[in-house]
Design a protein around this ligand. Structure first.
Ligand code: SF4
Length: 382
């Protein structure tokens, strides 16, 4: 069975680090002039040497995004189902060793939260939970999706890694996208950030997008937690992962997110500070390398950064997000996973997008496009 692990094992963190430091300005200029770009070009574009070319990169990223996606930004909002978690992650407010009040939404509470999102015009919803298989496992998700499916055009999930069979069940229930972040590809230090729980199994997590792809999920979202380790090396491995997946599961779409470590109760300080300029370089590099990749920007980022990124490569943004279960109506004071930086309303974000000359899109998917197992088997045959 194919797995990204086989590809990953051919690379070493230190070699990639050295390669990044060897990039010259001429290498960067050569990559910028090409029509088709490889992972070598991606390395050139995220290198320290490329930082002086940021203006050129931003213009190119803008052109390529407009050519492929038009002047549109897809809007979505997260719906936190639960803050229960069986893992210790040193950077997260939901960590098992953090003594907070735990909450999992009941059916009634779920629908109250959904009603608030619908009143804000949200049609694409991202369901998020901690990793607590016993209380918030597949049967909980299937029930939540059944309740929400009639009300939302598109449902994405960001929950614990599951088995291929479980992803098949979620696909058939109407899940359109699965987001799973490796957090860091630095295998030697991964265990220090994830000392306890199922998440401490590096390879099981690394193999997760393969299981999602084999289950035929329409869209797969990847990312690393920026701030844990050297963002350039981690981003190379994330791009390597996307490159592999796109070839392997070519019927799926792919997105990348850029979560920067944000303050939350009881968590560590960032190990590596990533500036706004660094983040812009990274986003432009992804776009120039990969014209089809969807680029998603969350409310972790501040208002100024988000206002500028609308026209520089983003294709999707969350808005008016609450990162705690019940945060929209049921239990506004429950503990949030992280502090958001942009607390503007959905209407305010739409106005920002329109002022930039772009169209905010609340719905670009209809459940009728979601083929289930009964109409379309996973080998692609009708
Ligand atoms: S990052 Fe995820 S798995 Fe880790 S503590 Fe937070 S919710 Fe749990």
């Amino acid at each position: 069975m194919n797995s990204f692990i086989d590809v990953f094992e051919q690379y070493s963190w230190d070699q990639v680090r050295r390669r990044l430091d060897q990039v010259t300005l001429q290498d960067v200029e050569r990559s910028l002039c090409k029509q088709q770009r490889s992972l070598d070009d991606f390395i050139n574009l995220i290198s320290p040497a490329a930082s002086v070319k940021l203006e050129t990169m931003a213009k190119l990223a803008q052109q390529l995004t407009r050519k492929r996606f038009g002047k549109t930004i897809q809007l979505y909002a997260p719906l936190y189902l639960s803050n229960e978690c069986q893992n210790i992650c040193t950077y997260c407010g939901f960590s098992l060793d953090n003594s907070i009040k735990r909450k999992t939404l009941s059916d009634t509470e779920l629908m109250i939260e959904a009603t608030v999102l619908k009143s804000m015009g949200v049609n694409h919803v991202l369901l998020v939970s901690g990793e607590a298989n016993k209380t918030v496992g597949v049967s909980y998700f299937l029930n939540a999706i059944k309740l929400l499916r009639p009300h939302f055009a598109n449902i994405s999930i960001e929950v614990q890694p599951l088995s291929e069979e479980e992803y098949c069940l979620l696909h058939d229930a109407g899940v359109n996208a699965v987001l799973v972040y490796q957090e860091t590809y630095h295998q030697e230090v991964y265990k220090e950030y994830h000392p306890k729980g199922k998440k401490s199994n590096f390879n099981f997590r690394l193999d997760t997008p393969d299981r999602v792809g084999r289950a035929g999920i329409h869209k797969i979202g990847l990312g690393v937690l920026l701030g844990l380790e050297d963002w350039r090396v981690d981003s190379f491995f994330n791009a390597l992962h996307i490159d592999y997946l796109q070839k392997q599961y070519w019927k799926s779409r792919f997105s990348v997110s850029f979560p920067r470590l944000r303050p939350a109760e009881g968590i560590i300080e960032p190990n590596f500070i990533m500036s706004d300029k660094d983040l812009l370089q990274l986003i432009c590099a992804y776009r120039i390398w990969n014209e089809d990749l969807e680029i998603s920007i969350s409310t972790r980022e501040n208002e100024t950064f988000r206002d500028h990124i609308v026209s520089l490569g983003a294709t999707a943004m969350s808005a008016a997000s609450k990162t705690n279960p019940g945060g929209y109506a049921v239990d506004k004071e429950s503990l949030e996973q992280f502090e958001t930086s942009d607390d503007r309303s959905m209407e305010e974000i739409k106005a920002v997008i329109r002022n930039a000359g772009y169209d905010p899109v609340m719905k670009d998917w209809d459940p009728v496009y979601s083929r289930t197992k009964s109409t379309y088997d996973r080998t692609g045959n009708e």
